[in-house]
Design a protein. Structure first.
Length: 302
């Protein structure tokens, strides 16, 4: 395969097709919501037991009355429907906030023949699935700069609507300036092809008050291997210049070295901030990355 054919836009305006595709995510959102719920259901077992009884105002569950408890704890209305006594338990409200940001800039629309989905579709599915699973596990979830953190059964639809309405976010390759509270958790999902200095500045601002975080890096398999030969022209999908690179085979070695160096620098940045970095390829199941990220959040929040 020739790199020119794979990386050049199908029109004379590189990036226009991708940008228009990102702006039309509203049409794809119902499908992505369904896929997110499917992935979330796969996480249910791993997150089971996160919610627990305790002081609070939100109803959690009924449980059988135990001999020796105060009679005042009995829920007589529920007990009247059965031949047993039940106690109404409220949910523990020590849940912390988990904030998401999902990259929807033009570079995220890229998808090769080796991928199962575009980067932006996969990022949205991962973000919505994790949000659903965390809320089901008793946490509050919100979008950085867009929504407040909430624990709603309809969290997936709520976040999807907010993302569709946020047209300004289509031009942003890093999260908006925000300062989550101490002990809050931050999950950033994108390709993070931005210069490391800007990423370090963004993470520094987000963690200034003591919040912890995770980078979930979504990549297309072709971006990992660059398996091209022949004459090639590369186009910046976010409005930058085109670059004639000559022989793609020899240039690929330098490309892979640059990608490796970029990843190593990102690892240094997140490690220095006490954050984590997870790599996910779009030719792999979304559930793999979702389970790893969920495990990281639970391990640190427990």
């Amino acid at each position: 395969m020739v790199a020119t054919q794979a990386l050049a836009a199908q029109t004379r305006h590189p990036g226009r097709r991708e940008t228009e595709g990102a702006a039309a995510l509203a049409a794809l959102m119902p499908h992505l919501v369904l896929e997110a719920r499917r992935v979330s259901s796969l996480l249910a077992h791993g997150l089971h037991g996160r919610r627990r009884a305790g002081p609070g105002e939100s109803f959690w569950q009924f449980r059988p009355f135990v001999t020796g408890e105060a009679a005042a704890r009995v829920d007589w209305r529920r007990s009247a429907r059965d031949d047993r006594l039940y106690v109404r338990e409220r949910e523990w409200e020590a849940a912390h906030n988990i904030w998401f940001w999902i990259d929807r800039s033009a570079s995220m629309a890229f998808s090769s023949d080796l991928a199962s989905a575009s980067k932006v579709e996969r990022a949205l599915v991962l973000g919505l699935a994790l949000a659903d699973a965390f809320v089901d596990g008793g946490e509050r979830v919100g979008l950085l700069g867009l929504t407040r953190a909430r624990a709603s059964r309809g969290i997936v639809e709520h976040l999807a609507q907010a993302l569709v309405a946020d047209t300004a976010g289509l031009d942003r390759d890093l999260p908006p300036a925000a300062q989550p509270a101490r002990f809050d958790e931050v999950v950033l999902i994108g390709d993070f092809l931005t210069p490391p200095e800007r990423i370090a500045e963004s993470i520094g601002g987000l963690s200034a008050a003591g919040s912890r975080g995770h980078l979930l890096m979504v990549v297309d398999p072709i971006e990992e291997t660059f398996p091209f030969t022949g004459q090639a022209v590369l186009h910046d999908l976010e409005g930058g210049p085109s670059l004639a690179i000559g022989d793609a085979g020899s240039w690929g070695e330098r490309y892979r070295a640059r990608i490796t160096a970029h990843r190593e620098r990102l690892q240094e940045i997140v490690r220095g901030a006490g954050w984590t970095l997870t790599l996910h390829r779009t030719d792999r199941p979304a559930s793999e990355a979702a389970l790893r990220l969920a495990t990281l959040v639970i391990a640190r929040g427990g």
